[in-house]
Design a protein around this ligand. Structure first.
Ligand code: AMP
Length: 544
């Protein structure tokens, strides 16, 4: 398929904000797409390159893209940076540069979707010392065949900044309409596979086959999430309170089949190699093939250490043995998603029964401690105990609820002690002064609106140690898309947990709110920007 065909679809999607029209455009396009590229087309439409379950990254930042476009177009990098400032958009800036290309390659081939996909897949395979050079070479090849307009969208795919406005809901409805099946059938197939490309391909071949799709071992599914509540609210919603300790660590989805074990983080990254001790614990304690979920916690003499310790373990790529001794980890399992078939549709109480039969508890793997009661006071007592033991509070789960991947509903409630913090994306920053001149020192925070766009809600520069300033600067610099004086604009990439004293209505920020006295509690590298808190969550905290 010609890449330009896809480009015209992106353009028509940009011309409308109406969901129904978008669904029409996408469903028509999917029907017309050849079968062998249908999956890739779906990923590209969603602004992605890979299915959600796949742990693959292109590892390309704005700097590299500018270098590539400069190499191909002959326009100096500084000029492209100037275009970025003027256009406020990397895609459009690169389009401008490519349009100014001095040398037209006469026999360059027209880009195809297949070729673009092949090259981008290769990029994700490069790692190590010379990977940036290799990426430069491959990307230059790709961009040298691109027209200006193609370059605009290529840049957005590569940087993950495509905002066509179509989300999973639109794709679900478009697949259903295009291939004549029920949206709920598509939704279910997607939940189990976490792969809209596969779902579209299957629906196209034979709609009845959608029901045969199942969870596949070692392809993580999305996590079910929780909403904040008080004990009283929990009681209003649920007659029976199934309370569990809320452990303060990192969520893990564990797949075990035969001798093979893999552990996935909340961002669906494969973190197995950093965790040989947890793998060992799983091997001993999970007695049959299954997919379970739990929290990995750093324990010290029966007392949990702060979450940062777990992160240090997760990030570690070398000297893992030494790190294992310094920061031993424990696993608390709390759910089971698969055993002899998917269990997502089982009520929680049934899944818990399966879990209890599945886990042989040992020193480093246990089942989460639970208390089932109708009595709020008893639940309060359990909460107090949890806090005293150094945990975060309680999770209260509806015993009849099914497991809904990716949903943050009211079936799982989290009860915490402290004032609710917000997980916000960093969308801009300012370079510091004096001693901090080489660091980004003040950060603009963004909260997601319903469309997934980040709106400003405050600036934060306190609660940050020198070490963290340095780390934030290193992490964010590749995502700078615009710089005016000391102020930079960033692709939302990094999420931080922010505490504050109060939320005020404010006309100064796009979101309409401002945080008073915000401070950074910690980085939330386990969360992607799409998982950061949104405006609904803020309304919930404010009781609006
Ligand atoms: P939060 O990250 O603040 O949205 O809180 C939800 C997270 O709490 C989950 O994603 C888990 O990582 C974690 N958690 C800790 N203990 C439990 C538990 N017993 N059940 C479910 N989630 C838990």
């Amino acid at each position: 398929m010609k890449f330009s065909t896809l480009i015209s679809v992106y353009e028509s999607l940009e011309d409308t904000t109406k969901r129904l029209e978008m669904t029409d455009i996408v469903s028509q396009f999917l029907k017309e797409s050849p079968e062998d590229v249908l999956d890739v087309v779906v990923y590209f439409l969603l602004g992605k390159v890979f299915p959600d379950w796949m742990d693959a990254e292109l590892g390309v930042g704005t700097k590299l893209v500018i270098r590539v476009v400069s190499t191909v177009s002959g326009v100096p990098e500084s000029m492209i940076e100037e275009y970025v400032r003027e256009e406020g958009d990397m895609g459009k800036a690169c389009e401008r540069a490519i349009n100014e290309k001095k040398q037209v390659i006469l026999f360059s081939e027209e880009l195809s979707v297949e070729y673009v996909y092949e090259i981008l897949t290769k990029l994700s395979e490069f790692s190590g010392a010379r990977s940036q050079e290799k990426k430069l070479k491959y990307l230059s090849n790709l961009f040298s065949s691109a027209t200006g307009k193609e370059a605009r969208y290529l840049v957005r795919i590569v940087l993950g900044t495509m905002r066509t406005g179509i989300g999973e809901g639109t794709v679900r409805d478009a697949v259903a309409r295009g291939f004549g099946c029920d949206p709920s059938q598509v939704e279910r197939a997607y939940m189990l596979t976490n792969d809209f490309g596969l779902v579209a391909k299957t629906a196209r071949k034979n709609v009845a086959d959608l029901d045969k799709l199942d969870i596949t071992f070692f392809r993580p599914i999305k996590f079910m999430l929780a909403q904040v509540a008080t004990l009283q609210e929990a009681k209003e919603r649920m007659h029976l309170l199934s309370c569990e300790i809320k452990y303060d660590g990192s969520r893990a989805q564990i797949h075990k089949k035969g001798k093979k074990i893999k552990i996935f983080s909340r961002r669906l990254e494969d973190i197995t190699s950093a965790l040989p001790d947890v793998v060992g614990a799983v091997r001993k304690s999970i007695v049959e093939d299954a997919i379970v979920e739990g929290e990995i916690v750093a324990m010290e003499h029966d007392h949990p250490r702060p979450f940062q310790y777990v992160l240090r373990r997760l990030r570690r790529k070398y000297d893992i043995q030494e790190m294992m001794e310094k920061i031993p980890l424990s696993l608390y399992v709390f759910d089971v998603l698969y055993k002899d078939g998917p269990l997502l549709d089982f009520p929680f109480r049934k899944r818990r029964e399966v879990l209890e039969a599945l886990v042989r508890e040992g020193a480093s793997a246990q089942i989460s401690t639970v208390l089932v009661t109708e009595d709020v006071e008893e639940a309060q007592e359990f909460f107090n105990q949890s806090i005293k033991m150094g945990h975060e509070g309680l999770m209260i789960k509806d015993v009849e609820s099914v497991y809904q991947p990716g949903a943050r509903g009211k079936k799982w409630l989290k009860i915490k002690e402290t004032m609710e913090t917000l997980d916000l994306a960093i969308i801009g920053a300012e370079w510091g002064e004096g001693r901090r001149a080489h660091w980004l020192a003040s950060f603009l925070l963004g909260i997601r609106d319903e469309q997934g766009t980040f709106m400003e809600i405050g600036k934060v520069g306190t609660g940050i140690t020198d070490e963290l300033f340095k780390e934030l600067t290193d992490k964010l610099t590749p995502y700078i898309i615009e710089q005016k004086g000391k102020t930079v604009k960033l692709i939302p990439y990094l999420v931080v947990e922010v505490a504050y004293e109060e939320v005020q209505k404010s006309p100064n920020y796009e979101s309409g709110y401002a945080l008073r006295f915000p401070r950074v509690v910690r980085m939330r590298e386990d969360k992607s920007p799409e998982e950061a808190d949104d405006i609904d969550r803020l309304h919930e905290i404010l009781g609006e």
